[in-house]
Design a protein. Structure first.
Lengths: 347, 163
């Protein structure tokens, strides 16, 4: 469940450490034994066999993510409903919100993201939407209804896909939204078919940010908009090579429980988009606007209903819940940032 | 899986040039009634790959769609006969169990309980690597433009794609 998931820790890789950080040992530790290393030989420049270690830990991450959400989605939905993302709040709002207040904040997050990207003025043009890392389909159903568009969602979790489809049917939206099991790094779509490419708090799970962004751009239609809302670590200052060791340590502890690979910063996403010649690239730090979220999640976890559900749900959920205070610490200390990055694909 | 979805899915295996449309092997097809919404259909019509839809509908046991895509006058007309057929094919036929088959490689993507599983296996995914001279011939994965810049002085050929 999103709440129990550690915020995706995006580690800025210090420049001189990039290659070592890319090594398999620093990818997420898998619970499964990795497959035996394949022989690495260079027959010629054109054919190189890469070590299996790197690829099998990515496989393990993918399986870990799927299993995590298979186990925890039901619990999240029971307590928080069908939106598996942060709410958007006015900064410094001291009002103690009710459950419905938080749900409204989650809807507001969608609306604020669309507005930031400049999408709301272009409603007629939005015919096809992809929801990358769709959870149980909250965003998809909302956006499909709002624009009268066809929305297709992808997730690694079969449990989530099934639940998302069931919810769509229950809300009479089956003709507009559908969900499948697919990998955001290998999207099963032709190039350029989506007017809106939506990634709401899924970027944190992507082990290869460059590939992730490339795929988002590939499937976007000319003139289409891409919206990425994700957990990042803070931007590095000029001349700063890396996060402080204590910062990296904090993020590493969060990574483990929530099946998150290496973190990056909002600037890294902007760099990637620039390198792919996207236009109208915008980004913002919404950390202040999401501050009430984690304390609220912890409060719900500590209710009688929350505790019982957690215990029923399993170890992954419990570990996740125990990691939640680290999220708050990360935000408070300015290590973790809640970022939005949007852009438009040239015509 | 409905055919409106099928009309968007393609096979992403590395090296595949013609991964669309996926052929359908239907084991279990069910029909679920959906409210008829002609405006939605008119809105979506331009985006539909017609031949793919006709073929797919046939695989699901529905052969009422015309071979050729009708022109705009038919879509916009008050006579909704065609739109009703389109509605049925696009939105009311569900593939519950079966497979989607890549037209080029024959690889089958299973469909269970109406949900296609489009995940690729490790060996179907392309990797980009370079040979890091500091590490003998050990390949290093290139994940970002930053990696490229950092590796350019110590790597041979930053464009290697691993099969």
């Amino acid at each position: 469940m999103k709440a129990t998931l550690a915020p995706s820790s995006l580690i800025s890789l210090p420049r001189h450490k990039v290659s070592s950080l890319r090594s398999p040992s620093l990818l997420l530790q898998s619970q499964r034994p990795s497959s035996a290393l394949m022989t690495t030989t260079t027959a010629s420049r054109g054919s190189v066999a890469v070590t299996a270690a790197a690829t099998s830990s990515v496989e393990a991450l993918r399986e870990g993510i799927a299993e995590f959400y298979n186990e925890t989605s039901g619990l999240w939905e029971e307590i928080w409903g069908d939106h598996m993302h942060h709410g958007f709040y006015d900064p410094d709002s001291s009002v103690q919100l009710s459950d419905s207040g938080h749900r409204e904040a989650q809807i507001r997050m969608i609306e604020e993201s669309l507005r930031f990207a400049g999408v709301t003025e272009e409603e007629k043009k939005i015919k096809r939407v992809v929801d990358v890392g769709c959870g149980i389909g909250g965003s998809s159903r909302y956006i499909a209804s709002k624009f009268g568009a066809e929305c297709i969602g992808i997730t690694l979790s079969p449990v989530q896909a099934k639940r998302a489809n069931d919810l769509a049917a229950a809300q009479s939206l089956s003709h507009k939204v559908s969900f499948q099991v697919a990998d955001a790094l290998e999207q099963p779509f032709e190039d350029g078919i989506f007017d809106l490419v939506w990634s709401m708090e899924s970027g944190e799970h992507m082990p290869d940010k460059a590939k992730f962004v490339k795929e988002l751009v590939r499937v976007a239609a000319p003139g289409g908009r891409i919206i990425i809302v994700t957990w990042c670590h803070r931007n590095l200052s000029p001349g700063e090579e890396a996060l402080q060791p204590w910062e990296q340590n904090l993020l590493d502890r969060i990574c483990k429980t929530f099946y998150l690979p290496a973190w990056c910063s909002t600037s890294d996403y902007v760099d990637l988009l620039q390198s792919l010649s996207l236009q109208d690239i915008k980004c913002a730090d919404w950390s202040e606007n999401v501050a009430p979220f984690w304390p609220a999640v912890i409060r719900t976890a500590l209710t009688w209903k929350g505790l019982v559900s957690l215990l029923r749900s399993g170890m992954k959920s419990i570990k996740g819940a125990l990691t939640m205070p680290l999220m708050i610490e990360g935000y408070k200390k300015g290590v973790i940032k809640f970022g939005i990055i949007t852009c438009q694909k040239p015509l | 899986m409905r055919l409106i979805t099928h009309n968007m899915l393609s096979c992403n295996i590395k090296g595949v040039k013609n991964g669309f449309p996926l052929k359908i092997e239907a084991e279990k097809v069910i029909e679920k009634e959906v409210d008829f919404n002609p405006d939605f259909l008119r809105h979506m019509f331009a985006k539909i790959e017609w031949k793919a839809l006709v073929e797919a509908a046939r695989s699901m046991g529905y052969a009422e769609l015309p071979e050729d895509s009708p022109d705009a006058t038919v879509i916009e007309s008050a006579d909704e006969t065609f739109l009703r057929k389109l509605h049925h094919a696009l939105l009311e036929l569900h593939l519950e169990e079966g497979a989607l088959v890549c037209p080029e490689t024959g690889r089958k993507f299973p469909v269970n309980k109406g949900i296609p599983n489009m995940l690729l296996h490790e060996d179907e995914v392309k990797q980009t690597v370079c040979i890091d001279l500091r590490k003998g011939n050990e390949p290093t994965r290139i994940r970002s433009p930053k990696d490229r810049v950092l590796m350019q002085d110590v790597c041979i050929d930053l464009s290697l794609q691993v099969p």
